[in-house]
Write a protein that binds this ligand. Structure first.
Ligand code: DC
Length: 213
């Protein structure tokens, strides 16, 4: 079973995807981490032709060594660096095969990102599109960062999230929209447990429907 989980920054899709993977005993790929790794590797290169060429080269040679420093990659700056490289078509293309191979593992997988249900796995068995009010997303991300002992400027964080949303929405190589056959799950008023219960109900319901039960 392949489960695709898409949604905007800090919508809780990663936590949900992890929970679904645990519940169904499936491997999980956080595809945002791949973009974060590429963005981090070229964070000091000024924008321009050289920036694109360097980002493409990193994406083509991406390996486990790039994914090691999770604290840096999952920071708020890591998200901004990721969104700078995610608009480069050749970067997206370089990472497509890896994501598709991950999804094609025997037994299936859970992948979360922005374009899983539309571009990476249009054939996924179940697609979820997560939405959440942007102020609630900011507050959740702020608490995550504070739990790591970091000091958070909520005003700046809110603007960072809005900036990323705008850049993601305008991505010409995106596919960052809800697939026609994706289930919409709004987590604004749900905590993690309630979101996961709702997601499991959608997955079970979809699979039972497909099996003609
Ligand atoms: O999901 P995230 O916040 O870790 O994603 C970081 C950035 O990577 C986000 O701004 C958009 C980009 N991204 C993407 O373009 N395609 C994906 N499948 C996942 C993430």
């Amino acid at each position: 079973m392949i489960i695709a989980v898409d949604g905007p920054a800090a919508s809780g899709k990663g936590t949900l995807a992890e929970g679904l993977a645990r519940h169904y005993g499936l491997p999980h790929l956080d595809t945002g981490l791949l973009y974060r790794a590429v963005g981090w590797a070229v964070r000091e290169v000024p924008e321009g032709p050289d920036f694109e060429a360097r980002a493409i080269a990193v994406a083509q040679g991406l390996d486990a060594a790039h994914l090691r420093n999770l604290d840096e990659l999952t920071s708020a700056e890591g998200g901004v660096f990721a969104s700078r490289v995610a608009v480069i078509g050749a970067v997206r293309q370089a990472m497509r095969q890896y994501q598709r191979e991950f999804a094609a593992r025997p037994g299936g997988a859970v992948l979360d990102g922005r374009d899983i249900g539309t571009v990476i796995c249009p054939q996924a068995d179940v697609k979820l599109f997560i939405t959440c009010d942007s102020k609630v997303r900011m507050e959740r991300r702020a608490r995550q960062l504070e739990n790591r002992g970091l000091t958070v400027d909520r005003y700046a964080l809110y603007h960072q999230i809005e900036e990323r949303d705008a850049r993601d929405r305008a991505n010409p190589h995106g596919g960052f929209y809800k697939a026609d056959d994706a289930h919409l799950l709004d987590t604004t008023l749900l905590d993690i447990e309630a979101s996961l219960r709702a997601a499991i109900a959608i997955v079970d319901g979809t699979m039972a429907h497909k099996a003609g039960l």
